[in-house]
Structures are given as C-alpha cells and as structure tokens.
Write a protein that binds this ligand. Sequence first.
Ligand SMILES: *Cc1c(COP(=O)(O)O)cnc(C)c1O
Length: 432
Amino acid sequence: MKNFEKSKRLFVEAQRYLPGGVDSPVRAYKSVGGTPLFIVRGKGARIFDADGNEFIDCVGSWGPLVLGHAHLQVVSALKKVAENGTSFGAPTELETTLAKMVTQAMPFIEMVRFVSSGTEATMSALRLARAFTRRDKIVKFDGGYHGHSDGLLARGGSGMATLGIPDSPGVPAGYAQNTLIAPYNNVGAVEQLFQHYPGQIAAVIIEPVAANMGVVLPQPGFLESLRKLTSKAGALLIFDEVITGFRLAYGGAQSVFGIKPDLTCLGKIIGGGLPVGAYGGRRDIMSLIAPLGPVYQAGTLSGNPLAMTAGIETLKVLSQPGVYEQLETKCAALEKGIAVAAREAGVPVQVHRIGSLLTAFFTRGKVVDYETAKKSDTTLFARFFWQMLENGVYWPPSQFEAAFVSLAHTEEDIKTIIDAVSRALLSLTATR
Ligand SMILES: *Cc1c(COP(=O)(O)O)cnc(C)c1O
C-alpha cells in the first residue's frame, strides 16, 4: 500500500483556511472518498506527490497540459518573458500573435477577445449573443458544463426539455429561468424549445463533444441539426471548445465535424497551463464588444504576457505535423487496452474516446446523455480510482470527467496505464 500520510496532514491544515481544503471542488475527491493527493512537482507525463509517490498523470490539469508538465519550450519562454515584467495593463504584441494563431487555426473565428478563464469566456459570449440578438433566453444541455457563472449553473428537471432550475444556492431563480435545458443528443427537445419560445432564444451553447459528464460524443447529425435550427430561428450557435479546442485537432471540434459556429469559446490548452480563456467568432458579432461597440467586458490581467506566451509556445508545438496523429494513436491504444481488460475482468465498462479524450463509464448500458451517464456505478468507479493510484496511475477522481492523454505520454506509459487498468479491474472482481 502506498503511503499518503503527508498529503493527509497537508489536507487537514488546508481545510482550516480553504473551504474544503481546495480552490476547485473536484480536487477534494468527494466522489471517490479519501484524501486528495498534494502534488509537489510534474515533469512530462509524470506527477510527484508530497509523500514522494510517482504517478503517470491522466488528468493533465483537466485538459490544458496537452504537451505534458513543465514542457521545456514553454518553461524557458516563460522565464524569459517573466524577467521583463508580467503585466502592464497596456497592449503587447504577444496578444496579436496569439490572436493571429487562433484565427488561422479556426477560420470561423474572425476576431477574438482574450480573458483569464473558460468561465469568463462563456459568460461573456452569452452576454454578447444576447446583445446581438436582443433576446434573453439561452439553451444549454443537461450535463454540459460551461463554467460557473450564474446563468449557466442550471440543470434540467426530468422532462424532455425544461426550464432551468438553479443548480446552486445563490443563483437567482430569475437567472436560471432564462436558461432552457435539453438533453444532450436530443434534437427533438431543442426543436420543442424553439417552438415554445419563438423569437426569445438568443443562443444555443454546447460542448461539441461533451466532456464534463464524462466523454459523450454527438450522434451523427446532431450538431448539424443544431446549426440548422439556430440559423432558422435567428439564434446564435456557440461552441464551447474550452476542452476540445486544440485538443481534438488544431482546428478544434468545429474542424472535425465541419460545423460553423457563430461564436467559439476557448480556454485550457490556449493558456498552456496558465489562466487564459477566449471567445471569438463572426466579425459582425465581435464588433459589438467595447471599445468597438457597447457590450462591456474587461479584465485587468487579460492577455498578459505570461499567459499569452504559454499559449503561443503550446500552439507552436501543436501546429507541427504529426502531433494529432500521435495523440490519436496513443489514446486509441489506451481505449482498446481498457476495453480488452474490462472484458477479461468481466466488468461492464463503456469506453468512450475521441482524440486524446477518454472516459470509461462503469455501466452496462449505452451512454448518450447525462441521464444515461448517471447510471454508472460510481461506487465501483471509486474503488477503481484508488486501485489505479496503488498501481501508479493518477486517473481523474470522478466518473464524470475525461481522462487526458498528452504528447509526453510514451507508448511505454500507455502500456503501463493499461496494465494498471487491468490489475485494478481484476482486483474489483476478486473482492466483489
Ligand atoms: C473547464 C471548462 C470551462 C470552464 O473553464 P475554467 O477555466 O475552469 O473557468 C468551460 N467550459 C468547458 C467545456 C470546460 O471544460
């Protein structure tokens, strides 16, 4: 058994000063139980905890670290930039450089505004969509996560298409009422909402591949139908590509599926491990943003040189040929390895993967939306998670999150992960 004593002590201390001992809830391991590991160092595909344990990391800071931890090119560029000052509250050329890279990677983004988190990006994109359409309501999907701004913390009831109810105390019911909820992959439910609220819906916001209820792929035709429905109704289609942007392909999910969203939200990878978000899209819409137009949105540290540099260097590496093929090959091997291991262990698991995003749902049934994802056996998953740690792999501490493969993972690492999965699954059946 691995020793986690120092992490346990650090967690006790942290809880005296930080609510729940953390700055973001999933880090507290609530859904797998036990004490979170305190990390002291990361290098490439590996992280090291306070007790000196070493793990192959399959979280990658929840998405940003597609190059792995402490990538040499990113770190050395950051050091150089930091020595010349970290923020000026005035323009620097780095912002234009990254903006150019983003617009070249995603041609439907004609102009882009940088912010400091994915939450800010989606929140601001919705404000913009409402201003542009002069409508108040938005549609989101049950189990879709777009950051924690008030209007987006709404969940559907059990019906086909529902009025949002606040998902958190502190969210005014009035806000949530402007958020309409449909099940993922359910075109009929979205149609119903457009019929029910004619001329009132400003935008449909969606993760083109859902990755915050576990990885759930859009069924063929789903995204196309949303494009048609929104265009017909004069509403905007907003792709939240905070996870998928520069992850599924250099051009994001929109290039993979060939869909043109009106606005796109980015984050995670474009910050290369530093706090960055962005929203962008059609020039006529983006022109409404202050100071060009009347829609206010600002940020003291937005586009600061450190954040821009981490993004620029990360994108430089990702724009090299063969990079996404490498990610595909590695994660496909992982997908196959998990499926085989599950079959051999007799544990019902649905492995969902696209590019370097993967979730193994512990369920027998097909997963197409949040309702079906929730049928997973989270107790079994929790035991799997702790077994993975014992076997030297840091798997996401929640059934409903994606595992991330990076360029730093070697073929050997993938084999080690599969081996760990196999042993973890066998130990579950042995003691059942
Ligand atoms: C992580 C995430 C966000 C929120 O980004 P933060 O930087 O954590 O605020 C928004 N949308 C999606 C799809 C995400 O995965």
